[in-house]
Write a protein that binds this ligand. Sequence first.
Ligand SMILES: C[S@@+](CC[C@H](N)C(=O)[O-])C[C@H]1O[C@@H](n2cnc3c(N)ncnc32)[C@H](O)[C@@H]1O
Length: 259
Amino acid sequence: MDNASDHYARTDAGDAMADRILAALRAANGDAPVTPKALEPLDHFNARGAAATAMLATLLDAHPGEEVLDIGSGIGGPARWIAVRHGCRVTGVDITPAFCAAARKLNVACGLMKQVTIIDGDATALPLPDKSFDRAYSHGVIMSIAEKSKFFREAFRVLKPGGRLVLFQHNAGPNGPPDFPLPWASSAEHSFLAPDGETRRDLVAAGFEVQSFVDVIPVAPTTDSNVNGWDAGQCDSPFLRNGGDGDDDRDHPVGSGGG
Ligand SMILES: C[S@@+](CC[C@H](N)C(=O)[O-])C[C@H]1O[C@@H](n2cnc3c(N)ncnc32)[C@H](O)[C@@H]1O
């Protein structure tokens, strides 16, 4: 196993993955429509599921008609969820081809082919033009990326001036290295947890202004996705980050908390 793509999808083809998800949904819901809400227990592929996506979406604060980028989009659960709830267009990029294929098939099942686009690609070399997105987010991805400064530089490059970046990730804690396997890595060789200070430094070096840096562990529900009213101001240390408006290129990504 040599990279995140191998870790996440060694044996499964994307079509088969999507078919199994759709079969599970039919078993639970019968012929009810396939929607991002119905898929919610199955397609948010991160530690806290749709509850975390709802928190991230509150900080992202996307508006109808905006272009939003999902970096490391997995099988597309958060992308579809945010596209439908916020009326924006979402482009997802992911390094695991099987996940991209599954995401496309689930987009079709939801009738969201025009609103959600999935592209095969690496977060450290995004196959996207400069200044093309109003907002960007990454959910449960950065722990797999060794070259984090490249990740942040690329996110900055593709955001329009004044754009916003929101990250939801695990960082290194005070108690030493974690035990393996973990959901994102089977061994220490493939896990890249950054201390908070390093994340802040990387973000600022890429040009971002950090607006909030939130530890959601004390406050976040892990199973209830009905957290749209979640208040980003209620907690105040690591984990969720966004940054600030800028009036020049250096400041461009990340928003002031208000869109
Ligand atoms: C835990 S999953 C999260 C998926 C999605 N964000 C979600 O929350 O449902 C991590 C994802 O990051 C992707 N990933 C890891 N390294 C990547 C890279 N360098 N570029 C793009 N995607 C990457 C993996 O393929 C996987 O889909």
